[in-house]
Design a protein around this ligand. Structure first.
Ligand code: R5P
Length: 300
């Protein structure tokens, strides 16, 4: 298993479970921002498992991934790639005429390295994954997040409402709600494609759910700047909820998002450790290990 510093904690948990050798990939950042990569161990003819998240600084981490893959693909017998958080997955189509579909560019490069299988968690869009020309596995961390709400926060199903900030997250919130056994709703969100401004239209959100004295859990795939979650909190907090929690797989928490979300009225933010953050309370290493093992057992 190979990982650089920024993904090492999760990689170390996974390698402990799998009993694999963990190689600490060395990264030097030159004064002009270039990354210099060194793999300080012999992996000739080994099956290499590369664990590399692409959270901010996204471009730097993506370039580092290309460099690692270029080296590993020349010496290892095969590669399994785990990208716990896949950046650029929101750039999966040409929203405005003339835009570049950036995730396709990244997928084309990664696909050129003869990778046996790629795994990721809760990708923003399945369309983004469709550009990768290899076996791809999108693992859901939603059951682990739901378990945390059941076992640690001890939510009462009859008193809980799961909320997606947008209709794109409807199946995600449905999955979360079905594990808890609670009701759910997907709000109608729109984003200005030029300014990035987020709006939620409660008038066109069809719900008969009564939020009065209920615990609302806002469920999303990721928190970047926190604008979507803060807008969702603002939209529901006037409806009389007793408490509001936030759950997401990838907590990037940029622009002071953590404080802004708590300041808007959320009691806590529960995220997985696909991206290391102050909110990473749920460990995905067991789930990742199981999925990696099944692929490894086929290719070994
Ligand atoms: C968008 O559709 C995603 O599911 C997230 O809601 C969004 O990307 C989060 O970004 P931000 O935190 O900046 O609103």
């Amino acid at each position: 298993m190979l990982a650089t510093e920024h993904s090492r904690e999760l990689a170390s948990n996974i390698s402990d479970r799998l009993g694999s050798r963990l190689i600490n990939v060395e990264v030097r950042i030159f004064p002009d921002g270039e990354s210099k990569i060194r793999i300080p161990d012999d992996i000739t003819n080994d099956i290499a498992l590369v664990v590399h998240s692409t959270h901010p600084p996204v471009d730097r981490h993506i370039m580092q991934l290309f460099f690692i893959l270029s080296k590993v693909s020349r010496v290892a017998s095969s590669i399994i790639l785990l990208i716990p958080y896949l950046g650029y997955a929101r750039q999966d189509r040409e929203f405005l005429e003339g835009e570049v579909v950036s995730i396709k560019v990244i997928a084309d490069i990664i696909s050129s390295y003869n990778i046996k299988a790629m795994l990721t968690f809760d990708v923003h869009s399945m369309l983004a994954l469709s550009y990768f020309k290899m076996q791809v596995h999108n693992i859901s961390a939603i059951p682990l997040l739901a378990d945390y709400f059941i076992n640690d926060i001890k939510v009462d199903a009859s008193n809980t409402i799961a909320v997606s900030p947008d209709t794109g997250g409807a199946s995600r919130v449905e999955e979360f709600a079905s594990i808890i056994g609670c009701k759910y709703v997907a709000l109608k969100k729109s984003r200005d494609r030029v300014t990035g401004e987020v709006r939620i239209d409660m008038d066109s959100t069809s719900t008969t759910i009564d939020f009065k004295d209920k615990v609302a859990v806002i469920v999303d795939d990721m928190i970047s700047t926190g604008s979507s979650v803060v807008t969702a909190i603002d939209a529901i907090k006037g409806l009389g909820c007793k408490d509001i929690y936030v759950a997401c797989t990838h907590a990037l928490l940029l622009d002071n998002a953590y404080k802004r979300i708590l300041g808007a009225g959320a009691r806590d933010i529960v995220a997985s450790n696909t991206v290391p953050s102050i909110a990473s309370k749920v460990d995905v290493s067991e789930l990742a290990s199981k999925n990696i093992s099944s692929i490894y057992n086929v290719i070994k």
